[in-house]
Design a protein around this ligand. Structure first.
Ligand code: ADP
Length: 448
């Protein structure tokens, strides 16, 4: 028998879960379809946090920030390619999204910074752990409390479109059985395509051979499905490589390590760039090194302020030694060079002025407390800024900028918000802000 819903949500990452919760609370009958065996998508791997300006947590800490500055810095980081209307909305709604999470028992009340930002505005859990796992487990609690149906190992193969509107989806389950779910609204929250090597190379041939930080469900299927019903795309060639990826496991080393005070050093034992620049620029500098890789170096104080560091130690990524010189020996690095680099950097911290690379943020404290730590890193494919086009209501648009009735999209599947380079901490903000909006609008549309 055919099944009827108000809203079908495709994908169980942060955008899909937030959308489902909101749509349910608006009175809609919802179902979440997830092709993988587990909930959480790529969101569960998110590390650093969620950016927002003018939040109550910033105010509590006396951090002076403004939406305007957040807008300008995101636009600059995105090389002025961002869709200004969507970016405005993003910046405007970010503090409400932080509150929405808190109201749903997901409090992000510690604050740090990422590359390309001048103010601490990256919100993360109180225990300074990675944001992804914390966020997904909190959202799943809300899904369970509402008894929202989640179909795992079930993929949406097609969005049905009849008489000028979306009519539902065709799903295929793990036994390869297909069936139709009817709904007036379909929210596509399928994430990006970083794990689809063919698609990445199609748009950016030079990225062939790069590892990816993404889970294997990040194949871009939602983009293709929406294109088949007329959706337009934007910025498809804008693919972000993240500068600090452990290469043997493709594991992302969080920007929060640098945000906590770590530096980047070449095999020659030298700093080579402002570590707090945007991801595109830092990645380019690492690729330009003779080894095409570098070391993140930090001390005991940085480790103690960052839970992720302990995770990296447990995973075996981290070299450590009681002194800088002994660390250099372990890294096959010139001892004097590394010592001189740290001494010089520590002077810059004391002066709060980086005379070599003009790093202006996260000059937290001198790196002088042993043990000292190092992780070898190189860039990896991390985020696809391009995707389908939407209007400010999250309605999917065709090439004439007309709404495709009943088709909604939120999260990494959408293009335009981040322009040519996404700022760390803006993906989590994106999925929550636009997930909530999509849930609200899709529910209203289905029940009208
Ligand atoms: P976002 O960060 O935008 O929320 P994520 O990558 O976290 O995106 O989550 C997207 C989810 O969508 C992933 O769990 C992925 O497995 C799922 N997904 C992708 N394509 C399909 C599909 N065709 N059918 C069902 N689920 C899908």
């Amino acid at each position: 028998a055919p099944q009827n819903y108000d809203v079908v949500i495709v994908g169980s990452g942060g955008a899909g879960l937030a959308a489902a919760i909101q749509a349910c609370d608006e009175g809609a009958r919802v179902v979440i379809i997830e092709k993988m065996p587990t909930i959480g998508g790529n969101t569960i791997k998110a590390s650093v946090g969620m950016n927002a300006a003018e939040t109550r947590y910033q105010k509590l800490r006396g951090i002076e920030d403004s939406k305007e500055l957040f807008y300008e810095e995101t636009l600059k980081g995105g090389k002025f390619k961002n869709n200004p209307v969507l970016l405005r909305e993003f910046v405007e709604l970010a503090p409400e999204a932080i509150d929405w999470l808190a109201d749903h028992g997901i409090e992000l009340n510690d604050i740090t910074i990422t590359g390309g930002m001048s103010i601490d505005r990256t919100h993360r859990p109180a225990d300074r752990s990675a944001v992804g796992g914390f966020l997904i487990s909190g959202l799943v609690k809300n899904i369970n409390k509402r008894n929202i149906e989640v179909l795992l190992e079930t993929s949406v193969a097609e969005i049905l479109y009849e008489n000028g509107a979306v009519a539902g989806v065709k799903v295929v389950d793990e036994y390869n059985d297909s069936r139709i779910l009817y709904a007036k609204s379909v929210i596509v929250a399928t994430g990006g395509f970083s794990a689809n090597r063919e698609m990445v190379v199609q748009y950016r041939p030079e990225l062939d051979g790069f590892v990816t930080t993404n889970h294997k469900g990040a194949t871009g299927s939602g983009i293709a499905m929406l294109q088949r019903i007329g959706a337009d795309t934007v910025d498809m060639g804008e693919i972000q490589i993240h500068p600090t990826v452990e290469q043997t496991t493709s594991y992302l080393i969080s920007e929060s390590i640098r945000g906590g005070g770590a530096i980047l050093v070449s095999q020659a034992g030298q700093r080579f760039f402002n570590e707090m620049e945007t991801r595109d620029k830092v990645s380019a500098e690492i690729i330009a090194l003779p080894e095409k890789s570098a070391w993140i170096i930090f001390d005991e104080q940085v480790r103690q302020n960052n839970k992720a560091a302990d995770e990296y130690i447990a995973k075996g990524f981290v070299n450590s030694a009681p002194t800088v010189q002994e660390l250099a020996v372990k890294l096959n690095m010139d001892q004097n060079a590394l010592k001189a680099t740290l001494d010089r950097y520590n002077q810059f911290v004391i002066k709060q002025k980086d005379e070599d690379f003009n790093r202006t943020t996260a000059l937290r404290h001198p790196l002088n407390e042993g043990p000292f730590y190092a992780i070898r890193i190189a860039p990896g494919v991390h985020h696809t800024m391009g995707g389908v086009t939407i209007n400010p209501d999250t309605a999917v648009l065709d090439s004439q900028k007309q709404v495709i009735n009943g088709a909604w999209a939120a999260g990494e599947v959408v293009g335009g918000i981040h322009g040519a380079n996404r700022i760390g901490g803006n993906a989590v903000a994106d999925i929550i802000i636009f997930g909530i909006l999509a849930g609200r609008n899709a529910a209203a549309f289905a029940r009208r």
